[in-house]
Design a protein. Structure first.
Lengths: 227, 380
């Protein structure tokens, strides 16, 4: 299932320690989608050789997912479901940006993911669409979590889900504040943690202490910032 | 200084005022905002008809700092978010990274983590109760609450040397073995603690002033609480029986019996009752846990250099204030690519505007208090 079975199953039997868990970690290299895997297995070829545990490799690293939940989403939204994978037993759907509100409403009402626990973003500057906007949803009824992702470039607007979950209001403001992602349809999109006049978006990967808004700091705090 | 440069009312709702309306600025330096929270209130006489929270005065860029530290180096920083419940912050972070690594702490470590985290919950709730009661005008509970909290902090100090920003856990387990008298100290604190909670309750629960100041104030219905993604005691007081310790057990919570207290009306009084009962339940968890702390190693094999395989994980725990979530993205290097912290205080505070409308200015401090926010966590 799309949920996190690891969290549900009672781990009453004391696990024999992570040494038993480690080998699949190393073995996940080939199964993983990401090309950068060699970093992990390098250290422990020994452990990987010892116990051959075939079902475990999915333990780490993303693997494509195609379960009932994904099928339902695909049936309903077709191409709007771009990708689906499972990572650390947590289901992730990448969806079309334009249909986010529709998808969010469906998730809330029909799939009962009625609680938006978190909305955030990740910056991948080398990608054409550099931002992931990530919605972490939770369903009380199913006791499951599901993650929706949309991709957006710096000048693409993301539809606001503030109308679906009131909580998204501040979280979208924070994403705007930190990444400069603009949410279409947000009633009051302005900075939340930083001062209103601040220049730049701190959580972008190309922002560092040398590019921060020294002018603001000098003017308002009367100190020299940075190094 | 900076205050004058910022336009006073930028919010759409506070710009156009009626003839009898005023905008009152509260904070950021105000003793009952529990830190540096600034609230702009739109008033009609003494009635609040709109509000806006201005936050960020304590913003330190914790999420950015994380990207420039290794997984291990970042661990002490999380203690500085919710600094009255540092142990819980550390637990959430360590477990999230463990999940990312595919490792798990040994059972002994998980049991000790559970005990310390529950003590921390009691300490956090005690501090909340003392200051919340103080805000509303009951001075006495503060002294009692801090007296008991001190005992918990002493246990922390004996365990790891620090009282507040403890950095008690390590990724993969614990750095320190429990000291010799650990169980005894916890027992000595927990055994009489239910009487202490009764004592606080005798001061407040049926106190007419207390009831008058809290009953029917700041109502959040279950539907609204879900809409605003409130968590922890706030959502439970609204009648949603949901606790991550039960729903998705972590640490060693699946080994112990405890109840999830809920309220009916979702008002300030119910949140008070829920938190009082939570302290009793935490005491029970501690007592069950010290009975049998399993022997064994306290540190799992996670290696000295942590390099989680590429991927991402969202892990959340039931912190004293609500759901504390960590969303960590790894690119396979020793430093996290992105750490997003879902702070329960921030999200609970978002419902403030909903709760305050229609109430009096005096209720503002009651509602800020009942949300149990810590600005270090709101602003990060």
């Amino acid at each position: 299932m799309a949920n996190d079975p690891e969290e549900k199953q009672p781990p009453a039997s004391p696990k024999e320690g992570p040494s038993a868990v480690k080998p699949p970690a190393a073995a996940s290299g080939p199964a993983s989608r990401a090309p950068a895997a060699p970093a992990a297995p390098a250290a422990k070829p020994l452990a990987a050789a010892a116990p051959p545990k075939p079902p475990a490799p999915s333990k780490e690293g993303p693997v494509p997912l195609d379960n009932d939940l994904v099928k339902r989403y695909k049936e309903r939204f077709g191409d709007a479901i771009r990708e689906a994978w499972i990572d650390r037993k947590q289901a992730i759907l990448v969806v079309a940006r334009e249909r986010l509100v529709e998808l969010a409403t469906y998730s809330r009402d029909d799939e009962k993911f009625d609680w938006l626990s978190d909305l955030t973003a990740v910056d991948w500057p080398k990608r054409e669409q550099r931002f992931d906007v990530v919605l972490n949803m939770y369903s009380f009824e199913k006791n499951e979590r599901l993650r929706l992702k949309v991709y957006a470039s710096a000048d693409q607007r993301v539809p606001s889900v503030q109308g679906v979950w009131a909580t998204a209001n501040w979280e979208e403001r924070e994403v705007y504040d930190m990444f400069g992602v603009v949410f279409e349809g947000h009633p009051d999109l302005k900075r939340i943690l930083l001062p209103d006049e601040w220049q730049g978006y701190p959580l972008r990967k190309d922002y560092d202490i040398l590019t921060q808004d020294t002018a603001w700091v000098r003017e308002n705090l009367g100190i020299e910032s940075g190094q | 200084m900076a205050e004058q440069r910022i336009p006073f009312a930028t919010h759409a709702e506070t710009t156009v005022l009626g003839a009898d309306e005023i905008v009152l600025n509260m904070g950021p330096q105000h003793p009952s905002t529990h830190g540096v929270l600034r609230v702009k209130l739109r008033l009609d006489g003494e009635k609040v008809i709109g509000s806006e929270c201005v936050i960020g005065y304590l913003h330190r860029g914790v999420e950015k700092i994380a990207e420039h530290r290794t997984y291990t180096q970042f661990a002490p920083y999380v203690d500085r978010m919710d600094y009255v419940a540092a142990v819980s912050n550390g637990l959430g972070y360590c477990e999230a990274v463990e999940k990312l690594l595919g490792a798990e702490a040994p059972l002994r470590a998980r049991v000790i983590r559970t005990i310390l985290t529950e003590l921390q919950r009691i300490a956090s709730h005690l501090f909340w109760l003392g200051t919340h009661a103080l805000d509303i005008g009951a001075l006495t509970p503060l002294f009692y609450c801090l007296r008991e909290r001190e005992e918990i902090l002493k246990i922390f100090e004996k365990y790891c040397g620090a009282r507040l920003t403890t950095h008690a856990f390590r990724i993969g387990g614990l750095q320190y073995e429990a000291y010799d008298e650990f169980e005894k100290d916890v027992e000595r604190f927990c055994k009489p603690f239910d009487k202490r909670v009764d004592e606080y309750e005798s001061l407040l629960t049926s106190n007419r002033i207390w009831v008058g100041r809290t009953k029917g104030i700041g109502i959040l219905t279950a539907k609204e609480a879900i809409d605003y993604a409130a968590s922890g005691p706030v959502i439970r007081a609204s009648g949603v029986k949901w606790d991550i310790r039960k729903a998705m057990p972590y640490a060693a919570y699946d080994l112990y019996k405890f109840e999830i207290p809920t309220g009916k009306n979702g008002d300030t009084y119910d949140r008070y009752i829920v938190r009082m009962e939570e302290m009793r339940q935490s005491r029970l968890i501690c007592l069950q846990a010290i009975e049998n702390i399993p022997a064994g190693p306290i540190m799992g094999k996670v290696g000295k250099v942590l390099k989680p395989p590429p991927g991402e994980v969202y892990h959340s725990i039931e912190a004293p204030k609500g759901e504390l979530g960590y969303y960590i993205v790894s690119d396979g290097t020793t430093q996290p690519y992105r750490v997003r912290i879902r702070p329960p205080s921030l999200i609970n505070l978002e419902a403030f505007d909903k709760m305050i409308r229609g109430h009096l200015v005096a209720d503002v401090v009651a509602i800020i208090g009942t949300l149990d926010i810590v600005l270090g966590e709101v602003d990060r």
